[in-house]
Design a protein around this ligand. Structure first.
Ligand code: EPZ
Length: 420
């Protein structure tokens, strides 16, 4: 399963280029099922999840041509050859549930395995299904599958109020609404930057969308969409992760290919903890001024503090001066990194959705295990700052969402190597 071996203590210095966003490209690949014309997606990140999503859409009839050297993917779906995604695939990649909206829009039917849970939570899809039903789909849930059909053959526009601003539900329903008959209004929609990137791509395809990035998105259905060309937005979570790695090691790095606006909640917290951050148009520089001060964090939908940065920041705060209180409001089990950090000496108490961190002068290197993508990132951050050697096991979780992270860190001066 592979491991990273990290010798802690090296401050990070230099420059790094941020890759494109995993959470932006996955729904965009699904959206390519809507058109029989070719789309060109540029600046693709080399991530396992992207490979799986491309396999999924090609199983459904998409022609996918990956030009890895030039970081491009060409996708067109002349006709759908399938409407089914099995459990093995969906359990490997939750985002594969995002094909449901595209299949319903293009073909009026879909059969997708229920994604099931994952380490961070049960991850239900009830909000997606409620929205599809509002648009005229008949949903059958049985034997671990969701089967959705449109008796009229075409979804119809509807007014949808999301009980929670779910990113995935907003994306699935947005994609479905593009070819629906009439107008769809999604209220209490998620406003994450990845939603805006998806809406930008769909608009280039000819969709009629207003309000992406706000809590109310309006889509006027069209009969057909064309191919489009799109460059995926930078990965704000990778940027936040590398910023945190620099801060925890007492370094000074500059990241390019970032959108500072997307990083605001993370930048605010790192500044509050004592880091100095200078923002450019498409780059950000972070300098650590010694040991961080403790800060409190409460995760929220965008523009609040992102849940995906909770574990990396928690690792950073393990060596802060003072006590930090972390409240995870989005997922019910997103403290899987805590037990592993404790193996490194971290003083963390968890009570339900709250973690209380008593900062230490330093942590000790240890053998630890990545339980999920962001927990794995947290363990790398802890290992970079720890005294001694840290071995992070099960790094396949990390490869899902961070492109060549060890190479980027090595170039910044970290003593980290991948051992298979
Ligand atoms: C997306 O997951 C991201 N994944 C997650 O990133 C991210 O943490 C999350 O949004 C929140 O920002 C991708 O974009 C591929 P949600 P998603 O639907 O869409 C509940 C990472 O590390 N909910 O906004 O699954 C749900 O249980 C990953 O890159 C329902 O109750 O997140 C959770 O408590 C992890 N019913 C909350 O909403 C539903 O129908 C947020 O889920 C849908 C969601």
């Amino acid at each position: 399963m592979g491991a990273f071996v990290i010798e802690g203590g090296n401050p990070l210095f230099g420059n790094a280029v941020i890759s494109s966003s995993k959470n932006a490209i996955l729904p965009i690949i699904s959206a390519c099922l809507l058109s029989d014309e070719e789309s060109l997606i540029k600046q693709i990140p080399g991530l396992d999840d992207v490979t799986v999503m491309c396999e999924l859409v090609s199983n459904l009839g998409a022609n996918v041509e990956v030009d890895g050297r030039n970081r491009k993917i060409y996708i067109k779906t002349p006709t759908l050859t399938g409407y089914f995604a099995d459990y093995e695939l969906v359990s490997k990649l939750r985002a594969s549930f995002l094909i449901m909206g595209a299949l319903l829009a293009r073909a009026g039917k879909a059969k997708v395995a229920l994604p099931g849970g994952c380490p961070i939570g049960s991850r239900p899809v009830d909000l997606h299904l409620k929205g599809f039903e509002a648009m005229g789909a008949v949903i059958e849930n049985g034997h671990g599958f969701i089967e959705a059909t449109c008796p009229s053959g075409r979804l119809k526009g509807a007014n949808i109020y999301l009980d929670f601003p779910s990113v995935g539900a907003t994306e699935n329903l947005l994609i479905a609404a593009v070819l629906a008959d009439g107008e769809t209004v999604i209220e209490n929609a998620a406003s994450e930057p990845e939603i805006v990137d998806l809406a930008t791509f769909l608009t280039k395809m000819g969709a009629k969308i207003t309000g992406a990035g706000t809590d109310t998105i309006i889509v006027k259905g069209v009969d057909k969409v064309r191919g489009a060309e799109h460059t995926i937005m930078p990965d704000r979570i990778e940027a936040g992760t590398l910023m945190t790695a620099a801060a925890v090691t007492g370094g000074d790095i500059t990241l390019s290919n970032v959108v500072p606006e997307h990083l605001k909640p993370v930048t605010a917290k790192l500044r509050e903890s004592g880091a100095e951050i200078i923002e450019g148009d498409t780059e950000v520089r972070i300098k650590s001024n010694g040991r961080p001060s403790a800060v409190d964090i409460k995760t929220h939908p965008f523009p609040g503090f992102p849940t995906d940065m909770q574990a990396p920041l928690s690792a950073y705060l393990c060596t802060a001066e003072g006590t930090s209180v972390i409240v995870e409001t989005i997922f019910e089990n997103r403290f899987m990194h805590v037990n592993e950090l404790r193996r490194m000496g971290a003083q963390i108490r968890v009570d339900g959705r709250t973690a209380i961190i008593e900062g230490l002068d330093h942590m000790q290197g240890a053998q630890v295990r990545a339980t999920d993508l962001r927990a794995g990132a947290a363990l790398i951050i802890a290992g970079l700052a720890a005294v001694g050697t840290t071995e992070v096991l099960d790094i396949h979780h990390i490869d899902r969402g961070y492109e060549f992270i060890e190479n980027k860190l090595q170039r910044l001066g970290a003593n980290i190597k991948r051992v298979c």
